[in-house]
Ligand binder design. Structure first.
Ligand code: PLP
Length: 410
């Protein structure tokens, strides 16, 4: 996004024009930004061919998935429905990695029938998988390295209390299950959480994976998951993917030599690809001065963007309607009957009732976590692609809210 002639624009499309055309609140995604993020990740590993599986849950719109497909990458899904969405977007089943957590074996079987690559995250399911498929269907195994990584315990998934993955300490048991059932393990996987800062943590995880890998002779790939950190506010440290590319790339080459074969290196970024590409545009409904602060009440809330309330996530907020206005301090809150604050004590160019605010980093876990709480409609989504604004999801209507309700006679 850039400020040009006193108006904020993406690829030459004015954000205020997007609101004029599609109304507010509206999610806006910059396709170019997604593509440059993808490119920088690929460049970081230069000549090593990495496979990228976009974590669909970050932003699951089919047009976004189509963009990923167009860029030649695969996709990581956590439910059968996400897999179906990916198929609709044109992905082939073999390019879809199915990484569910705590699902029943029925759902795993469905994944097998669809032809997905199956990633198994507990021994009970692995046993059932072995009994049913033996070596007829290859699979990947999700391990838990017990490394505390990521911003906090809510988004860290690899620590000792985490429900994700098969504990690295269960390796002997895991190997027995694999051997007795003749299971063909073609991939090892770790995803230790969101917002892992530096290459060193990845390297630590990698060393653990490499150690385990020697016990699995049929591997085709090692999946390092995600955890790439993006900047949410000015001055935030972000994952240096080039640093990671150099260090992890080298370690991987050394490992492959001792393993005796070249394996594929997989990653599953969600946030890294789509977070910064997204802007959530909301309208200031009311300016409300209290003894404590000046509130800006907007036409949205935790129903549309949950991260500030759920994770205490910091999202930068700016006034799109008044770029030159005097800066004043505000607290930006939603219209939901809960304490749904988007941000406290933020400096914004003077906000007037009716102004449009942009909440940044809204591409990842924004719309995909939205709900109908307070019987509000979920917002529209727009993708700016090749200099043009495309509606990629219509705003909901009353019909959507009533759709599955069964009204009985009383
Ligand atoms: C959520 C998830 C990701 C993506 O994480 P980000 O922090 O958005 O990059 C990757 N892999 C798995 C298995 C996930 O559940």
């Amino acid at each position: 996004m850039e400020l040009k002639n006193n108006s904020y624009q993406i690829q030459g499309v004015k954000l205020l024009d997007v609101v004029k055309e599609f109304d507010s609140p509206v999610y806006v995604y910059d396709a170019d930004k997604i593509i440059t993020q993808l490119q920088s990740l690929k460049n970081a590993f230069s000549d090593r061919k990495i496979r990228i599986k976009y974590a669909a849950k970050a932003l699951t719109n089919i047009s976004i998935l189509k963009l990923m497909k167009q860029q030649g990458i695969g996709v990581d899904v956590v439910s059968i429905q996400e897999a179906q969405m990916a198929l609709k977007a044109g992905f082939k089943p073999q390019d879809i990695l199915f990484t569910p957590n705590c699902v029943s074996f029925d759902e795993i079987q469905e994944g097998v029938e669809m032809g997905l690559v199956i990633n198994i995250d507990n021994i009970s399911i692995l046993e059932q998988f072995g009994h049913k498929y033996h070596n007829k269907v290859p699979c990947c195994v999700r391990l838990n390295p017990h490394i505390m990584a990521g911003g906090n315990t809510k988004i860290s998934t690899g620590h000792v209390d985490s429900k994700f993955g098969i504990s690295i300490y269960q390796l002997p048991h895991l190997l027995r299950v694999v051997k007795t059932n003749n299971i063909e393990v073609v991939g090892l996987h770790m995803h230790t959480g969101s917002d892992i800062l530096d290459a060193e943590i990845f390297l630590k995880i990698a060393e653990i994976l490499f150690g385990v890998a020697r016990d699995f002779p049929n591997l085709q790939f090692i999946d390092f998951g995600s955890g790439f950190k993006v900047g949410y506010k000015q001055g935030d440290i972000t994952t240096n993917v080039y640093d990671l590319g150099v260090k992890l790339g080298k370690a991987f080459d050394t490992f492959c030599e001792s393993y005796g074969r070249k394996l594929e290196m997989w990653f599953e970024p969600g946030k890294y690809l789509v977070s910064e590409a997204g802007y959530f545009l909301v309208r200031s409904n009311v300016i409300k001065t209290t003894p404590a602060t000046v509130f800006v009440g907007v036409d949205s809330g935790m129903n549309h963007l949950m991260r500030p309330m759920m994770y205490d996530a910091y999202h930068e907020i700016m006034n799109v309607s008044n770029p030159k206005g005097t800066q004043r301090v505000y607290s930006i809150v939603g219209y939901i009957c809960e304490t749904d604050s988007f941000g406290w004590d933020r400096k914004l160019n003077e906000v007037r009732e009716g102004d449009i605010l942009a909440i940044k980093n809204a591409g990842a876990y924004g719309f995909s976590m939205a709900s109908n709480y307070n019987s509000r409609f979920r917002p529209a989504e727009v993708m700016i692609y090749k200099g043009k604004a495309h509606l990629i999801r219509e705003r909901e209507t009353m019909d959507d809210l009533l759709k599955n309700q069964v009204v009985i006679d009383l």
